[in-house]
Design a protein around this ligand. Structure first.
Ligand code: NAD
Length: 312
């Protein structure tokens, strides 16, 4: 069935990939973004786009009864959030509540919203199940506040909602324009430009990476499968790789023998992230893209589109 689906954060990495997928599935897509971090050119042309802040009260006027609303807009660079907890709360808490309230007023069918594996910062249980939420950073705490508000909206208004805890999502249009870009884009871009990539710490930290196409498979499930209502799901691959291993894989793909530069460790980062994905897999979802396939297609993406320059 063709649905009207609203995506906040549509100009960003996950939002633009989701828009593309939903359009390919025949849905109508309305996109909302204030372009604070995202790029207009990333929004597919068929999206009906509104440049608006998620804190704007006029948001409810853009939504219609029976819309499915994806809340992906957020202030999400952990170090930026540490520098400005007030703006972090403003966007990720007040903005989140405004999206929930606008969805309620409009009579939306469902809200699917982004949490983060950062909620597990204070847990040493691996693989980490959904009940382990122990946020530490301002970013993670802001996501926890969003979760508490979602519960209240469900309690008082019976809204259908699903929370998604993404681990390290990667793929085309991943945001590399940060002081410290995500490792995969950073390694690929540096090596393709003939520059020396940087590893912070020893390279032994391990991360659970999940390709954005696999994440989109679960997004579609949230729209069609009522068993996702009122629940929270980890979205990772259930496998972790060391940063060093990622580097070796990328270097092999690009046939590079460049030795990376090692710099002091970044503060406050977990030694390992690893998702317990049993809640999602019990519904029939499985990540399909292996690390080798995902990295190869990521390299192809930059080969076709051109290799950007990193800021630092
Ligand atoms: N990418 C990941 O690996 C990852 C991991 C965990 C959680 N998440 C969460 O998933 C969501 C999407 O992440 P992403 O990687 O696509 O991020 P992104 O930064 O690429 O996209 C976020 C988009 O939200 C927009 N935005 C920010 N503040 C806004 C505001 N006040 N009003 C309107 N738009 C605003 C930005 O301009 C940007 O286009 C975020 O909520 C993020 O916290 C992502």
């Amino acid at each position: 069935m063709k649905l009207r689906i609203a995506i906040t954060g549509v100009a960003g990495f996950i939002g633009s990939n989701l828009a593309e997928r939903l359009l390919a599935e025949g849905h109508q897509v309305v996109g909302i973004d204030n372009l604070a971090y995202g790029l207009r050119e990333q929004i597919p042309a068929e999206v009906e786009f509104f440049e608006l802040d998620i804190r704007d009260r006029r948001l409810s006027e853009l939504l219609r009864p029976d819309d499915v609303v994806f809340l992906l807009a957020a202030k999400n660079c952990i170090s930026d959030c540490q520098d400005d907890p007030v703006e972090t709360a403003s966007i990720n808490v007040a903005g989140t509540v405004n999206v929930f309230e606008a969805s309620r007023r409009a009579g939306a069918a469902k809200v699917v919203y982004a949490e983060s594996s950062a909620l597990y910062e204070g847990s040493d249980v691996l693989p980490t199940p959904e009940r382990e939420a122990r946020p530490q950073s301002f970013y993670a705490v802001s996501k926890l506040a969003g979760m508490a508000f979602a519960e209240a909206f469900r309690r008082y208004h019976g809204m259908r909602m699903t929370a998604l805890r993404y681990f390290c999502v990667y793929g085309p249009r991943q945001d590399y324009r940060r002081a410290i870009p995500p490792v995969m884009s950073a390694f690929i871009i540096r090596l393709m430009r003939g520059e020396q990539p940087v590893i912070y710490g020893t390279g032994e930290k391990r991360r659970d990476f999940i390709h954005v196409n696999d994440v989109n498979d679960f997004h579609l499930r949230c729209i069609s499968d009522s068993r996702t209502d009122g629940r929270v799901f980890n979205l990772g691959s259930g496998v972790s790789y060391s940063v060093k291993k990622i580097y070796q894989q990328v270097a092999k793909l690009l046939e590079s023998s460049t030795i990376p530069a090692y710099r002091p460790d970044l503060q406050g980062e977990a030694e390992e992230t690893l998702a317990d994905i049993s809640a999602a897999t019990e519904l029939g979802w499985q990540p399909k893209i292996t690390l080798e396939q995902g990295l190869a297609s990521f390299v192809d993406y930059y080969r076709t589109r051109g290799v950007p320059q990193l800021e630092n």
